[in-house]
Design a protein around this ligand. Structure first.
Ligand SMILES: [Zn+2]
Ligand SMILES: [Zn+2]
Length: 279
């Protein structure tokens, strides 16, 4: 089986409305592409910060700009009008774990995708709130903080899937003022591994990085290998925000999984995980 467990039914721009995109006709467009690409199991994972209820967790300026829709209407739409697995992409916000737990536990998800988009107040991949703009360009320090936060996210137990695990490489080498650290990057990955190993969280292999300046899969093969050695299963996703990106570039992901000897994918139902043969 192939999965795509990290789908957004709308693009990230603020004006992409729920009314326009949370519809059976739109889901059908995602299904049609999935069918062409041989992907049977689809799950949507809308960003939690697009929903008004997220402001009970955190009132970051970016969230206040975007938090418009009703989370329970989204849940009802997916359950009642689609055959998608019901997920949500929830940020890890250090210090707000209890509030996020309250939001998540009140709803009957199939799975929760956990993302580190923020280190402290600053975002890893949002112009206008950028991490890089608030510190002198010291990539080693930013990467250290990012991977420490990733380990905390895994350890929090809030999430079923750890999304785009090395998102901090988002800019690749495209922006000289946002450089990559030099040398063997495993010294950063190590900082997250205790939390990841303890939680045995499913680790997302995401093709989204191929469509970003980084131009690579998330995570890097060396990080994926460390997660596999720690006993974590893999969840496979595209992080599509439009129908055409469902299952995008899966050939590259499947080649990596095959090379590392991964023969099963994590599948979720009502937050119960099981493994299905990959194929
Ligand atoms: Zn994300
Ligand atoms: Zn996403």
């Amino acid at each position: 089986m192939l999965t795509d467990y990290h789908l957004h039914l709308r693009p990230d721009d603020r004006d992409a409305s729920a009314a326009e995109h949370f519809s059976a006709a739109n889901v059908q467009r995602y299904r049609a592409v999935a069918e062409q690409r041989g992907i049977a199991e689809l799950g949507c994972a809308e960003h939690v910060y697009r929903f008004a209820q997220a402001l009970d967790v955190w009132r970051h300026p970016l969230w206040r700009e975007h938090a418009r829709d009703d989370l329970d209407s989204y849940v009802a739409f997916v359950r009642e009008e689609t055959d998608l697995r019901l997920g949500v992409e929830a940020d890890f916000v250090a210090g707000r774990e209890d509030r996020m737990a309250t939001l998540l536990e009140a709803r009957d998800w199939d799975f929760v995708v956990g993302s580190v988009h923020f280190v402290g107040e600053h975002a890893v991949d949002h112009d206008g709130h950028e991490l890089w703009d608030h510190r002198s360009a010291r990539p080693d320090e930013l990467w250290r903080r990012y991977f420490q936060t990733l380990g905390e996210a895994a350890r929090s137990g809030l999430f079923d899937i750890l999304a785009h695990p090395d998102l901090v490489k988002y800019w690749g080498s495209s922006r000289p003022e946002r450089p990559l650290p030099e040398g063997d990057l495993r010294r950063f990955y190590e900082l997250a591994m205790d939390g990841i190993a303890e939680s045995r969280i499913a680790v997302e292999v995401s093709t989204a990085g191929l469509r970003k300046p980084a131009g690579e899969l998330y995570p890097a093969p060396a990080l994926l290998e460390m997660c596999l050695d720690a006993g974590c299963p893999v969840a496979l996703s595209s992080d599509a925000h439009v129908p055409g990106d469902v299952g995008c570039d899966y050939d590259s992901a499947l080649e990596l999984l095959q090379r590392l000897g991964v023969g099963e994918l994590a599948v979720f139902e009502r937050r119960e995980r099981r493994l299905e043969p990959l194929g």
